[in-house]
Design a protein around this ligand. Structure first.
Ligand code: PMP
Length: 741
């Protein structure tokens, strides 16, 4: 190829010398050093001859820029004219028996920004020079080929990249990119078209910026230039300025502020920047993945990939509102308004009952969330360790898109046939032993526990329920009746006549402690069951959570559930397990927490994580029990199991499997438990670290002897953690157990 090229260069340009191939994807580029005086040229070739109008248009732009007075201190790609007078100096030639386009540009001397020391002075100079370049580009009458160009490197068409999302092999990385594409669609897509449009360079990356010392002296490679929204220029370029930086936003602001001074930006443009930067990162890693598949031998493709991933993950931890405010500040604009807490509370109080509590002395106004992070209105980012509802992560794109898609397609009720109900029921019941094969869908954990009790009444013909001390199951009438946490707690009106309570099987603080406490707790249950029989008030059911969450993350002793179930069943009662907090792999070792106890319940209650925040809950039971409910009275829930809910639940199951979240919960949980246990050796106030997977409790005490609960300390830690950006809660009858989920 090189011999042919040299011949072409001699005949069309009168140039001769030695060629060296430059790195690139599909196009082959060479550096020519002339024999005569050592002058350097960049020789560009491509087999994509349909790019002819594009290359001609680019050459028109190069020539226009070369004539501009305002750019006299910048070297830009300068077109070398052919001696044959071809239109716009792009040649159509044959190389290696194949048609190619060929053009020659003058080599721009200097170092690369990528290899320079990126001092604030250089970052600022870059901003000013980019401003100058954009100002100049605005004055060019954009050739049609660049005006109507549609390609994936124009951020206006970022979503065209979605079709290649699967080129990213790692599901965890893929979900980050998917998330940002979804945010782009939500925040940017429509707004971007409303911003200023003009011709831009469109690829001011760190290998296209030429520097000398702390000055930018040139820009090369206008191959991606097109007419688009001006702010895309910064979205693209700033990403490179942010790589390898401890504070990437601060680094971007240096360049941004200088750019704004030269060529003022608008506040609406700045507010799109965070997602545009993230968008460009997505574009970059998707294309690396795609090209790595096409050209596994080409290392250049993945050169930028590693730092890009690091920055993408870093961006997640940065609240987009913080970024927007920093960008605004750099350009002299005021920050986004934050809520006036007093006023907000007054309005809330007008319409919302104080029975609904608010977390923290100074509440947090939440605006957005992403996976493990929540973003407040003032720019703070919080790691969410409280909320076990967004089980696969806040705003998980697969779940969000499943909801959006199904809501746009069909939402109706169980009185019709639709595929989603059967599919989801099959997938969900497949997670249970064969005997638990019937499912009732409802909209809340409360509705599910209410229904579970009704099923038990219907099946047994009995009217009494045995509950666990400090248990919580819901907010309906029955829900409160079976929740000792509520009826015995603040504002509670005491135990209903059809309820009996078994002591919480807490081996740390309960009435029986230590090694064989399990058997002692079972004996308590035996006695209650026997007494009920004597009094002819036999139990329809015994209900408990697998881990008693509101009781303080209490894990009943080994063997307790097995023996307790045997006793209840021997007395003709059903065993109901509430997995609302603990289900769907959270405990790490098993999909359901009850499986840790080698038992099979008769009825299982599911809620919270099942829909990742979408109002979905379920009761899973046996054929036989479900049949007892077929009395002639219809069971109908307007929303329960509707197509949108089923699509949501299905998406949640898919994500849990695809991202192997159960194993992840186990690994992360074990790591945290070990770290906390080490901490416990130094701090006697840590009475016990307990839990499994990502369902943890740290019981705080005043001293080991009295086990006096350290309630004030727990509250102090919770608030200190919030100050440090981590949300955890306190629970247990003494509010002395730190909960982390
Ligand atoms: N059961 C348990 C164990 C719960 O934790 C909860 C909610 N905290 C419920 C049932 C009730 O669920 P919901 O709030 O969806 O009605």
């Amino acid at each position: 190829m090189q011999a042919e090229l040299l011949q072409l260069l001699a005949s069309h340009y009168g140039l001769s010398g030695t060629l060296k191939e430059l790195a690139g994807y599909e196009d082959k580029n060479f550096l020519l050093k002339t024999d005569a005086n050592g002058e350097k040229y960049v020789i560009k070739t491509t087999p994509n001859t349909t790019d002819l109008p594009l290359w001609q248009a680019q050459n028109v732009v190069f020539k226009a820029l070369a004539d501009m007075e305002s750019l006299s201190d910048l070297q830009l790609s300068e077109v070398v004219p052919t001696n044959s007078g071809v239109e716009d100096d792009v040649l159509l030639v044959e190389i290696g028996g194949k048609a190619h386009l060929l053009r020659v540009l003058r080599f721009v001397e200097g170092g690369f920004y990528a290899e320079a020391q990126q001092t604030p002075a250089l970052q600022q100079d870059l901003g000013q020079k980019m401003g100058k370049l954009n100002k100049a580009l605005k004055t060019i009458d954009c050739p049609l080929a660049l005006r109507y160009r549609r390609f994936e490197w124009d951020l206006r068409y970022l979503l065209d990249n979605s079709k290649r999302l699967n080129c990213i092999q790692d599901p965890k990385r893929r979900k980050l990119v998917h998330y940002f594409l979804l945010q782009y669609r939500t925040w940017v897509q429509t707004a971007l078209d409303q911003q200023r449009q003009q011709l831009i360079h469109n690829d001011v990356n760190d290998w296209n910026i030429i520097v000398e010392g702390e000055k930018v002296v040139g820009f090369i490679d206008l191959g991606d230039a097109c007419q688009t929204s001006l702010i895309c220029e910064l979205g693209i370029s700033l990403f490179y300025m942010m790589l390898h930086k401890a504070d990437p936003i601060e680094a971007a602001c240096q360049t941004l502020a200088a750019y704004h001074k030269e060529y003022p930006l608008e506040i609406e443009e700045l507010d799109l920047l965070y997602y545009l930067i993230a968008g460009r990162l997505c574009c970059s890693v998707i294309n690396s993945g795609y090209n790595a598949q096409l050209h596994p031998e080409n290392e250049y493709i993945t050169i930028n990939e590693k730092p890009a991933w690091a920055l993408l993950e870093q961006l997640f931890s940065i609240n987009p509102i913080h970024a927007a405010n920093a960008f605004r500040k750099a350009c002299g604009f005021p920050p986004k308004a934050t809520v006036d807490h007093e006023q907000f509370l007054a309005t809330r109080d007008q319409h919302i009952s104080r029975a609904m509590s608010i977390s923290y002395k100074t509440p947090i106004k939440m605006e957005r969330a992403a996976f493990q992070y929540m973003y407040a209105d003032d720019g703070r980012t919080f790691l969410d360790g409280v909320n076990n509802i967004p089980h696969v992560g806040h705003c998980h794109p697969k779940v969000v898109e499943a909801i959006q898609q199904q809501a746009a397609q069909l939402n109706t009720n169980t009185r019709y046939f639709y595929d989603q109900l059967n599919t989801y029921a099959q997938r969900l019941t497949a997670k249970f032993p064969a005997s638990l094969n019937k499912v009732f869908f409802v909209n809340s954990g409360s509705a599910a526990s209410d229904l579970a009790i009704r099923l038990a009444f219907a099946h047994s013909g009995r009217k009494h329920v045995l509950v666990s001390e400090h248990g919580y199951h819901g907010n309906t009438l029955i829900g409160i009746d079976i929740s000792s946490y509520k009826y015995e707690g603040k504002g509670g009106t005491g135990q209903a006549s059809y309820i009996k309570k078994a002591p919480i099987p807490d081996p740390f603080r309960g009435i029986h402690k230590g090694k064989d406490s399990g058997a002692k707790y079972v004996r308590e249950i035996d006695q209650i069951l026997a007494k009920a029989e004597e009094q002819q008030t036999p139990f329809a059911a015994y209900i408990s959570e697998s881990i008693i969450g509101c009781g303080g993350q209490v894990i009943p002793p080994k063997g307790f559930f097995k023996s307790a179930f045997a006793s209840v069943r021997a007395h003709g009662g059903l065993c109901i397990i509430d997995e609302t907090q603990t289900g769907f792999g959270r405990v790490g070792t098993h999909f359901w927490a009850y499986e840790q106890h080698d038992i099979t319940p008769d009825i299982v209650i599911l809620g919270k994580p099942i829909g990742n925040g979408h109002p979905l809950a379920a009761v899973v039971t046996t054929d036989e029990i479900a049949r007892s409910f077929e009395t002639g009275m219809e069971f109908f829930s307007s929303f329960g199991g509707n197509p949108v809910s089923c699509a949501t639940g299905l998406a949640v199951l898919n994500v849990i499997e695809e991202e192997q979240l159960q194993a992840h919960a186990l690994a992360v949980g074990n790591y945290i438990i070990q770290a906390l246990q080490k901490l416990a050796l130094q701090h006697p106030q840590i009475g016990e670290v307990r839990g499994t997977g990502l369902f943890l409790g740290i019981e705080l005490i005043e001293d080991v002897k009295s086990l006096q609960p350290a309630t004030t300390l727990a509250s102090k830690i919770k608030n200190e953690m919030k100050q440090r950006g981590i949300l955890i809660s306190t629970d247990g009858p003494h509010e002395n157990v730190l909960k982390f989920k």
